[in-house]
Design a protein. Structure first.
Length: 278
């Protein structure tokens, strides 16, 4: 499909979670065309390809506002790796005057700090904690913990995540009636040390395993800490091989909800270009 004007874009990766970022402060894509646009440009064979698209918008309450869409055209309240990529993009494009900034998301205001390619974001307060949810799926019994770290995540603990069929099990849990109607992201988590985890994630909206998911990394660290499996700061190895660090405060020895939740890790600018058709 042709465009009325060529659109400049930047392709970025946050630990393998990849995004197309477009400066839409002066609109180049109208709101009613965004969903179709996103579905088309995220196609990895016919267009640029990505896990999602971030439109940079003007904000009345933060330095920058984002409008985030998953690969399938659905919106998401928050994306940890997307937020980290956006923060670096804002610095690289001189949209902010310092390396610290605030980002307006559907989940609330998120703080970010950029130090070259390493970006740290302060997430909104986690909510909707549920533990030991009993769930039967295709003859398998699961015990699942759930937490919203900007978007909902269901955590399944495993002794060896390499043995997990993430797409099959993740799809079943994501659409299970226990998480209806919105569904959930699904993370398979393995403890590898007192401060270390490995994770594989099935992402809602992508409907497949992705190489990383920032809010999933945070959910896995927090829920594992609630079970006294790890202590902060927690290093989480993603499917893409990067290590993301999650730090947080546990008031009164963990007797109260965690606060000051941070996600930190590398970002990459893959390439920039001009989109003439989609």
């Amino acid at each position: 499909m042709g465009l009325d004007m060529a659109i400049q874009f930047t392709k970025m990766s946050g630990s393998g979670n990849d995004f197309i970022i477009i400066d839409n402060r002066v609109p180049v894509i109208e709101d009613d065309k965004k969903r179709d646009f996103v579905r088309r440009v995220c196609d990895r064979r016919m267009s640029i390809g990505a896990d999602g698209v971030i439109f940079v918008e003007n904000s009345d309450c933060a330095d920058i506002k984002w409008d985030f869409y998953n690969e399938d055209g659905s919106t998401a309240e928050m994306c940890g790796n997307g937020g980290r990529c956006l923060a670096r993009y804002a610095v690289e494009k001189n949209m902010v005057s310092a390396n610290k900034m605030t980002l307006e998301t559907l989940a609330g205001i998120v703080g970010a700090e950029v130090n070259d390619e390493i970006v740290k974001v302060k997430l909104t307060q986690p909510e909707n904690l549920q533990q030991d949810i009993a769930l039967a799926l295709n003859g398998t019994e699961y015990r699942i913990d759930s937490l919203n770290t900007g978007v909902p995540h269901a955590i399944v603990y495993s002794d060896n995540i390499e043995d997990v069929n993430v797409k099959e099990a993740g799809h079943g849990i994501r659409f299970h009636k226990a998480f209806a109607p919105a569904g959930t992201n699904v993370d398979f988590v393995q403890k590898v040390g007192d401060k270390a985890l490995k994770i594989r994630t099935y992402e809602r909206g992508v409907e497949d395993e992705t190489l990383a998911c920032g809010t999933g990394v945070v959910a896995s660290a927090l829920l594992s800490s609630y079970k006294n499996l790890v202590q902060p700061p927690v290093e989480v190895e993603t499917r893409g091989g990067d290590i993301l660090k999650v730090d947080f405060a546990s008031p009164n020895g963990g007797e109260e909800p965690v606060t000051e939740v941070y996600l930190e890790g590398p970002t990459r600018i893959a390439f920039e270009g001009t989109l003439g058709e989609y």
